[in-house]
Ligand binder design. Structure first.
Ligand SMILES: Nc1ncnc2c1ncn2[C@@H]1O[C@H](COP(=O)(O)OP(=O)(O)OP(=O)(O)O)[C@@H](O)[C@H]1O
Ligand SMILES: [Mg+2]
Length: 272
């Protein structure tokens, strides 16, 4: 929940990304506060994914700046973004199907044994890594029937939980979810929604969620940022808005309604 004098953990200033003549995101100024959950919503092609990918430097920004906890950040590639504590969890979770949960958690960052074998031959301390994995999944409230199973044997929701665990385990402070509940069954959707709520409380992280599911947005977030044609056209505190308003902001209907209710032009009045 946003409180007065809460710290800003992420800020973009005039962030822009063009693809040829298309302004995929245009002059984006946004803030994310400590321990806050925000949603970025908008129609297909509004620029949501581009915004995330520009922040994490999957796409190189054309203009603008990014600040992390008040300091200007120099992010040239996704690895830099992770160094700043920004972790993105994509729909498929980005896990390797044939590996088990432990191997996925420690992907690319295995721990060598703390003895001569480890030091000289880089023997991996699998026991330690598995213990860490079990503890982490437990803290996340995720139960796997078989911890040694390849993650291709797990449900989509479980795979995504492992990706979330990995993001947190390696020090993610700002978590970004791009359509976290897409392609999931109803039960798994529920688990992911509950997991996102839980990690905010358990780990004190700040979270950005991109979602087309307005009901999920209203359940999860504190604040909603609405994008249209690459621009922020509004932002609302959840308590001070409703689903109708957000949907009409996304589609642009609100604007049309306002226009049609605006006073008649001088030409109309004069009968021209
Ligand atoms: N790699 C790219 N090359 C060229 N144009 C792109 C690229 N990525 C996105 N775009 C364009 O930028 C605009 C914003 O796309 P983006 O994928 O960010 O939208 P989105 O809001 O995530 O949409 P969706 O809800 O469909 O995922 C669109 O016009 C899209 O065609
Ligand atoms: Mg997208």
């Amino acid at each position: 929940m946003k409180k007065l004098n809460q710290k800003v953990v992420l800020e973009t200033k005039k962030l822009s990304k063009h693809f040829g003549g298309i302004k995929a995101i245009d002059n984006i100024n946004m803030k994310l506060y400590e321990n806050e959950i925000i949603a970025i919503v908008g129609d297909n092609g509004a620029g949501k994914s581009t915004l995330i990918k520009t922040i994490t430097s999957v796409y190189k920004k054309d203009e603008g700046e990014i600040y992390i906890s008040g300091e200007k950040a120099h992010i040239s590639n996704p690895k830099d973004a992770r160094t700043y504590g920004i972790e993105t969890v994509y729909q498929d979770g980005g896990v390797i199907p044939i590996l088990d949960a432990t191997a996925n958690l420690f992907l690319g960052r295995v721990k060598p044994k703390d003895n001569l074998l480890g030091k000289v031959f880089q023997f991996v301390d699998y026991k330690y890594m598995r213990k860490e994995t079990v503890q982490l999944l437990d803290r996340l409230g995720v139960t796997l029937k078989d911890i040694n199973a390849g993650v291709n044997n797990l449900s989509g929701g479980q795979r995504q939980s492992i990706a979330v665990g990995r993001a947190i385990y390696w020090g993610g402070k700002i978590l970004i979810f791009d359509e976290p509940t897409n392609n999931l069954g109803v039960q798994q959707e529920r688990k992911i929604i509950d997991l996102i709520k839980r990690i905010r409380v358990e780990f004190g992280v700040s979270i950005i969620v991109i979602s087309h599911n307005i009901a999920h947005v209203f359940e999860l977030v504190d604040r909603i940022i609405i994008l249209r044609n690459g621009q922020i056209i509004g932002e609302r505190i959840k308590e001070k808005t409703n689903m109708n308003e957000i949907v009409s902001m996304i589609t642009g209907v609100a604007e049309k309604v306002t226009n049609s209710q605006s006073p008649p032009s001088i030409d109309t009045v004069l009968g021209h």
